[in-house]
Design a protein around this ligand. Structure first.
Ligand SMILES: [Zn+2]
Length: 118
């Protein structure tokens, strides 16, 4: 499953940050996921819930999932358009000289933590 691999990577990064910053618990994680990244939200959430059970810092972490629209750019007419609606072909000039400018990424956007009391 594609989603699980991404979850593992994201959790690893967050745990690393938690360790470095002497954090007690990560209570909320916000991620931005491009709609053409191939990630399916339900699968991602399931994989996340399952995987954090084994995590030292993230056992009770809440996931905030923010979808990012896929945007393509046309080299011929400089138009930008929503990728999922029109695909590879520019809706303005019907050129196929287009490329994706956003929507493929999976980014850690925000982390809420609880610090150790000392
Ligand atoms: Zn165009």
């Amino acid at each position: 499953m594609h989603e699980l691999g991404i979850v593992v990577e994201v959790v690893k990064q967050v745990e690393e940050l938690a360790k470095q910053n002497n954090v007690d618990k990560v209570i909320e994680l916000t991620i931005e996921v491009g709609e053409v990244s191939g990630v399916i939200k339900e699968y991602f959430e399931d994989a996340f819930k399952w995987f954090i059970k084994k995590s030292e810092y993230m056992k009770e972490c809440k996931l905030v999932y923010v979808p990012i629209q896929g945007i393509s750019y046309c080299e011929d007419c400089k138009n930008t358009y929503p990728t999922t609606k029109y695909g590879k072909e520019c809706p303005k000039c019907h050129s196929s000289h287009t490329y994706l400018v956003s929507g493929q990424e999976v980014l850690i956007k925000d982390i809420k933590v609880q610090n150790k009391e000392n």
